[in-house]
Design a binder for this molecule. Structure first.
Ligand SMILES: NC(=O)c1ccc[n+]([C@@H]2O[C@H](COP(=O)([O-])OP(=O)(O)OC[C@H]3O[C@@H](n4cnc5c(N)ncnc54)[C@H](OP(=O)(O)O)[C@@H]3O)[C@@H](O)[C@H]2O)c1
Length: 343
């Protein structure tokens, strides 16, 4: 891949895709193709084939997917399996059919079995049962890995699959229902802090409401477990999670796209920091950054997800990549950029 290569980023408005786009532009790549959802619905096979036939991209970043946290995964099970299967199948097949030189498929650490030994090595794929709350999503992601592998084996294509850990960073999904844990915690602590300050204007602005008195605001925020003196969070808080800043991920993706092929990497390669912390510790980190002076209460009745999901990142490190952004600095930066959107 060089600065004149024709590169298609599928999912360029999302957390990963938007950061790939910005990075490639900053590096001077001149020939990047993107399409908004309204102009190209990747679930429509004919539209995807027509697009590839017309534009013939040489390199593809497959970062389009239906993505979400535990609530969204649990609620929209049908969409999580259907959309992710179809988007991946359409893009991978069209990439084969129209001669894409190299495709990078984004998987996820949730493809690993729920009770696999930690840290998770690439060879643990399909060695046990999946976590029930994200099985639909994980099955679709595993199918995409296998599509890449078998097209490579049968048609000699060069499709690589990467398994990033949980990501965070600029342009994340801060939706209180569909977002992942880290951005949702940032928004919840921000709202709780505003509630403690009786800052109706900013709460209304943030939630797109127009409520005139504090009691109505309190009712609205209580729906999300946000109170003046406490925040209620899903699960026990005792499960461990690993987080990688999206800028570090993007550096790894471009590094792999530029330097390594399927024959070097094999079926999948993990991308993460190799360091995790409990959700309780993460919540305390964000609470301290926000300045919220209340309690954190965990609702044990709600599902926790997998007890631990720490990636073994020795393979990608041995290729010469490693993350640069420490969690405490990355989260502070994202918190500050989030509140700057409103203040
Ligand atoms: N976020 C994480 O923590 C994380 C962790 C590990 C792996 N990953 C993987 O990284 C990839 C990207 O995730 P992300 O966090 O960047 O997701 P995201 O922020 O939700 O972005 C998803 C992108 O896909 C697009 N998209 C979804 N359905 C589409 C359709 N039918 N047609 C066209 N475009 C469609 C979205 O377009 P609109 O904006 O128009 O909806 C958006 O650009 C996924 O494969 C995910 O599994 C993410």
């Amino acid at each position: 891949m060089n600065i004149n290569s024709k590169i298609y980023i599928a999912g360029h408005t999302g957390l990963v895709g938007s950061n790939i786009l910005n990075k490639l532009k900053n590096l001077g790549y001149k020939n990047i193709i993107t399409r908004d959802f309204k102009d190209l619905d990747l679930i429509n096979q004919q539209a995807v084939e027509d697009f590839f036939e017309k534009y013939k991209p040489e390199y593809v970043f497959l970062a389009a997917a239906r993505v979400g946290g535990i609530w969204a995964n649990n609620t929209y099970k049908a969409e999580f399996i259907y959309d992710n299967l179809i988007i991946a199948a359409n893009i991978i097949h069209a990439s084969y059919k129209y001669g894409v030189k190299k495709l990078l498929n984004l998987g996820s650490s949730c493809i690993y079995p729920k009770l696999a030994p930690q840290p998770l090595k690439e060879e643990y794929l399909l060695s046990g049962y999946l976590e029930a709350t994200n099985e639909p999503y994980a099955i679709a992601k595993i199918a995409a890995i296998k599509l890449c592998r078998y097209y490579n084996e049968q048609y000699n294509t060069n499709f690589i699959s990467v398994m990033p850990t949980n990501l965070y960073g600029p342009n994340d999904n801060f939706n209180l229902e569909t977002g992942h844990v880290l951005p949702v915690l940032i928004r919840k602590f921000y709202l709780a802090k505003l509630l403690q300050e009786n800052n109706l204007d900013l709460i209304n602005k943030n939630l797109n409401l127009n409520l005139k008195n504090i009691k109505d605001i309190e009712v609205e925020l209580a729906k999300f477990g946000i109170y003046k003196n406490k925040i209620i969070l899903w699960g026990s808080g005792n499960v461990y999670r690993e987080f990688l800043h999206v800028s570090d991920l993007v550096e790894a993706l471009i590094f792999l796209m530029q330097n390594y092929d399927y024959k070097d990497i094999g079926e999948i390669i993990n991308i993460g920091t190799g360091i995790d912390l409990t959700i309780k510790d993460l919540a305390n980190l964000i609470k301290n950054i926000s300045g919220f002076a209340g309690d954190i209460v965990f609702d044990n009745i709600k599902p926790d997800g997998t007890p631990q999901k720490l990636l073994d990142v020795s393979r990608i490190k041995s290729l010469g990549w490693q993350p640069k952004i420490l969690l405490k600095y990355g989260v502070k930066q994202v918190y500050e950029s989030y509140i700057n959107l409103w203040e």
